[in-house]
Design a protein around this ligand. Structure first.
Ligand SMILES: Nc1nc2c(ncn2[C@@H]2O[C@H](COP(=O)(O)OP(=O)(O)OP(=O)(O)O)[C@@H](O)[C@H]2O)c(=O)[nH]1
Ligand SMILES: [Mg+2]
Length: 293
């Protein structure tokens, strides 16, 4: 699993440490600190966290800089917020939201696969009723992963699809209901209202649902996702983030910036397009994968 993290973070790691050729056992001098600060900022760590990390390195000449860097990164992305309940609530309902093309449907498919491997039963709700192809895309994932698909016709009310799927999950005592939604711009008020409705109606199908709302972000846009986190959080009270496409970007440092600013934990990271290219986010592994060559 750790190797997958390393592979997925290769571009970001090279961006941060490539120029200075690694940091293990290095002697810290001002030139190195300056270079490192610039690289951290280029990796979208954010100027304030980057400056703080550099300051800590500057003030600690005793310990191995690699260990310090690892610790600093780990501490910042470890928000220590446990998932509300992964197992005892059945079904555990997760609503996936995000702008167009970030990787929502693919992440849901990969998670259905992961949960299936754990012998959990999964229902997928095709809440993207905006275009027919969206249900088909989710249907392919259902076929591949053995999940049950609940869908309705094109143009149907996504809230009613969510409602039906949760009711089916209750009736079957399923482990998970994963609700897909259409991509939407965070600035489109009516579409954000639609999300609130899906959220409300889910609670009518099952008290407490959805148990989680996860915003799927395209990692390659780095800190530009700030306004997505902010506005989706206002509309639906996010409980977690899925950072898709981490493999394709050198902007993976944005995990640090986003965690520090919004205190919403990253739950999973997407590391490629294959069915098993998703990993549960681990602060320790993330930090180690970024620092170790
Ligand atoms: N490399 C890589 N590609 C990914 C990852 N996750 C998703 N993709 C690709 O990104 C593209 C968009 O993914 P979708 O899952 O359709 O995105 P979406 O958010 O459901 O899109 P809309 O429903 O149109 O809003 C697809 O080509 C995916 O294969 C990832 O972790 N790594
Ligand atoms: Mg989709």
């Amino acid at each position: 699993m750790f190797n997958r993290f390393k592979k997925g973070l290769a571009k970001t790691r090279n961006g941060i440490l490539g120029k200075i050729g690694g940091i293990f056992g290095k002697k810290i001098d001002e030139e190195l600190l300056e270079q490192l600060e610039e690289s951290l900022i280029n990796a979208d760590v954010g100027p304030v966290p980057a400056a703080e990390i550099i300051e800590t390195l500057r003030n600690n000449k005793k310990d191995d800089p690699a260990e310090i860097l690892k610790e600093e990164i780990c501490r910042r992305v470890n928000l220590d917020i446990a998932p509300q309940n992964g197992n005892s609530t059945r079904p555990y309902v997760i609503l996936f939201v995000g702008v167009n093309g970030t990787g929502k449907t693919t992440s849901i498919g990969k998670l259905a696969w992961k949960f299936n491997q754990q012998k959990k039963s999964v229902i997928l709700a095709a809440g993207d009723t905006f275009r027919a192809a969206a249900s088909e895309q989710l249907g392919l994932w259902a076929d591949k992963t053995g999940a049950q698909l609940i869908q309705s016709g094109e143009g149907a009310d996504p809230a009613s699809v969510a409602f039906d799927a949760i009711k089916a999950g209750v009736a079957k005592n399923a482990d998970y209901v994963l609700i897909d939604t259409a991509g939407r711009l965070q600035t489109r008020v009516n579409l954000m209202e639609e999300l609130k409705k899906i959220h409300r109606v889910a609670g009518k199908a099952m008290a407490g649902a959805p148990h989680e709302v996860w915003l799927v972000l395209d990692a390659s846009i780095g800190q530009n996702s700030f306004s997505q986190v902010e506005l989706f959080n206002q509309a639906t009270n996010l409980t977690g983030l899925v950072l898709a496409k981490l493999d394709g970007t050198s902007k993976g440092g944005a995990v640090i910036a986003i965690s520090e600013k919004y205190k919403v934990p990253v739950r999973y990271v997407g590391l490629g397009e294959a069915v098993d290219d998703i990993e549960e986010f681990s602060p320790e592994q993330f930090a180690t994968a970024l620092v170790e060559q």
